[in-house]
Design a protein around this ligand. Structure first.
Ligand code: PLP
Length: 397
């Protein structure tokens, strides 16, 4: 076979989420798109803010084409990075400068340049189940080993006792994600402080840095006035990965950034390594037009209220029908306990009602399913009779 040994398992397990997406398209062709309730993908349903379109038009009129479309530093435009740094400083009382930021091709690329810069073969990266399935692929890209802490299914807050036990001499980094995909949980300040204290202790014990990687594409999508702590203030060896995929509904444009604070050990060399990683991994730099757009849209926001309406309707209806799930505080996902231990069986049963949801085993948390509620309000409304029938089939109430 021509393909590499590393790629073979990826071909075989080709993401269940994608497979579901394809199935949704097929079902839509047979039953009509309006009769299929596809909750499988995290593709934002809320349009990008109008400021984005206006910024694109203005930039094309006002800025020189060589600037808009040319190469720039592999870290991105300096003025764009400086503007984002100042915006972060205003919002979170931090002290970043342009040099602390690297523009990236979305959060995915931010994680990849981070891991490329940090990992030696065999070094371990810890994360908490359930987790965004690509973390495993990203860590393996650099011959690292992903170590998974089992889920606390009562709260879906991180299981810190097990976390502490799983930190070893080989632990190089820890990936956390809050607001969280797939549960919608937001880590509280107490949780962050406890996590940071454990990591400080372990750094001392092993005599080397353990990097906290905060994957934050959902930072802006929070409800009920919940706040999301800015992690560099709690733990010096933190790298923050951000993306505009969800916060400005621009996932296809592939734009985000990472922040490496000065307080981080070996900060300037880490930044230099990550910048080179941008180049050698082949993305070279983040899309130039989108960088210029972000500079003009620093205060733009998507309609989070629309997601909140979806959240409330779906959560309250499913609870009423007898399903078990925690109320999400952020992102646009509901993580629901499957009425049968094998959640794939439940996903199949849901399909009979034209409802597509993703099995929790895709997030290393079997027995649950993820419902992405970044869909239209009508999709949710029209799916409810199907969920009600499912609850009846499984005698939930
Ligand atoms: N991290 C998490 C937790 C995600 O849910 C996603 C996308 O759904 C990503 C990273 C990748 O985001 P991006 O589109 O910015 O690469």
């Amino acid at each position: 076979m021509l393909i590499s040994d590393k790629m073979k398992p990826l071909l075989e397990n080709n993401s269940a989420i994608r497979a579901m997406f394809e199935e949704g398209k097929k079902m839509a062709a047979v039953y009509g798109a309006e009769n299929v309730y596809d909750f499988s993908l995290g593709n934002p349903s809320v349009p990008a803010p109008l400021e984005v379109k206006q910024a694109i038009l203005d930039i094309l009129e006002e800025e020189p084409s060589g600037l808009i479309h040319g190469y720039m530093s592999n870290a991105g435009f300096e003025d764009v990075r400086q503007a984002i740094a100042e915006s972060l400083n205003r919002r979170f009382q931090t002290a970043f400068q342009a040099k602390n930021l690297i523009m990236t091709v979305g959060a995915a690329s931010g994680l990849n340049i981070t891991l490329k810069a940090l990992l030696n073969p065999g070094e371990e990266v810890i994360t908490f189940a359930p987790y965004f399935v690509e973390y495993g692929s990203y860590v393996r890209n650099y011959d690292g080993v992903l170590v998974v802490v089992s889920p606390n299914t009562e709260t879906f807050q991180p299981n810190l006792d097990e976390f502490e036990e799983k930190i070893t001499e080989k632990t190089k980094a820890v990936i956390i994600n809050s607001p969280h995909n797939p549960t919608g949980v937001v880590y509280s300040e107490e949780t962050i402080k406890a996590l940071a204290a454990i990591m400080e202790r372990k750094q001392k014990e092993y005599g080397h840095a353990i990097v906290l990687i905060s994957d934050e594409p959902y930072r802006e999508l929070v409800y009920d006035g919940v706040t999301v702590p800015y992690l560099t203030k709690y733990y010096a060896n933190t790298i923050v990965g951000y993306s505009y995929s969800k916060s400005l509904s621009l996932p296809g444009e592939r734009i985000g950034y990472v922040v490496v604070p000065d307080e981080m050990e070996d900060s300037s060399r880490v930044i230099a390594a990550m910048t080179i990683a941008n180049r050698v991994l082949g993305s070279v730099n983040a899309p130039s037009l989108m960088q210029r757009v972000i500079m003009r849209c620093l205060d733009a926001k998507v309609d989070v209220e629309a997601y909140d309406r979806n959240r409330m309707l779906l959560y309250s209806s499913l609870k009423e029908y007898g399903f078990t799930c925690i109320k999400p505080q952020g992102a646009f996902y509901l993580f629901v306990k499957s009425p049968v231990a094998d959640e794939k069986e439940f996903c199949e049963a849901a399909k009979k009602h034209h409802i597509l949801v993703v099995p929790g085993s895709s997030f290393a948390c079997p027995g649950y399913v993820r419902i992405s509620y970044c869909v239209s309000y009508d999709t949710i409304k029209h799916s409810l009779p199907g969920f009600k029938k499912l609850a009846e089939e499984y005698q939930l109430s």
